[in-house]
Design a protein around this ligand. Sequence first.
Ligand code: URA
Length: 424
Amino acid sequence: MNIVNIIEKKKDNKVLNEDEITYAVNGYVMGIISDAQMASLLMAICINSMNEEETYYLTKAMIESGDVIDLSSISGIKVDKHSTGGVGDKTTLIVAPIVSSCGVSVAKLSGRGLGHTGGTIDKLESIKGFKSNLSEEEFIKQVKEIGIVDAEQTKDIVPADKKIYALRDVTGTTRSIPLIASSIMSKKIAAGADKIILDVKTGSGALITDFEESLNLAKMMVFLGKRFNKETIALITDMNEPLGCSIGNALEVKEAIKTLEGHGDKRLTNLCITISSYMISMGKNISLQEAQMQAEEAFKSKKALNKFKEFVKYQHGDINNIKEAKNSYDVHANYEGYIRDIDETCLANECLYMGSGRVNKDDVINYGVGIIIKKHIGDYVKKGDVLATIYYDDKKVNDKNVEKSFILSDTKDNGFPLVYTIIR
Ligand code: URA
């Protein structure tokens, strides 16, 4: 087999077969295929895409590049959740304890943030002492003992994705449905859960901004789930405004706790109850209605809050010791009107500038910094009102950028729906 012929074939918009796809993935992992060759193939895939079968073979080859976690010794149905990523997305921190406290085991591997969208592991590590690198034995033991674990993905799970993702990141080949679908689903399937729920974000702050494209991504991932015999449901949810009020690792953990205490943002709370209901329904084989009642009860009774505390403590975190920024100040409005839109990518980039995430892979995170949004879509703003509070250490944000992130209109807008559609 010859990689140049495979690249040419995809460049000519022809369908690759299983052997060709497996050869390309294995060859790249083993170092036989160079970065330049893989980047050419990825670009050809970005331009000409892949059909379902090709994407299935790509996902399969990626899974087979590493270990698959065996969760069969844990009783019951294990359900995993994945979000395609968005600004201020702290749903996992809320959903996982709700679902676990309803008796469905959550065995989750999460990632770190790169660029303007955050990662769950970075958020959890803003809690002093939190241990995210667990061995497979520790991971399984924890699920058996307390029904919930969230750990960092090890280097042995889908090593092909690690290498390919890093290359995609620097070659303009991130936004491609077969590449995103295979990257996410290979990791989900290798993580060993029986069933998977996907939160596919759409809108200005999402990886995929266009609704039709988000729909195609969701359909492709549900197809892959089925091909690997994992029941998979995808919710397409809105990412046109930040989820909840906070952006930044420690601030998001604090907001998750506040939400579990019952004092959270309504939109965020509703989304978490919706996702939890699907997970509980799948995990217990009960109706969605019954599952929603259980989710709401776990939430209201604080069973979910207690489960979150138990989980953090088990992974050595001190919930009373969450990192904080040294300083804070308010940004005020210089105008009047209804908020029609919020440019969450701009706000996230300001957080990134203050150190909340990594621009380069090895950057050190400043966990305490971030922004709390005080006004939401549909709110009326008067001159002098506080739009946002900035938490910073040494680098301040550009206030003008924060101000102009709140986009005004003369008339009140009802905002965006929370869940657009569900793909099964
Ligand atoms: N998340 C992933 O894990 N992979 C992608 O390609 C995009 C988002």
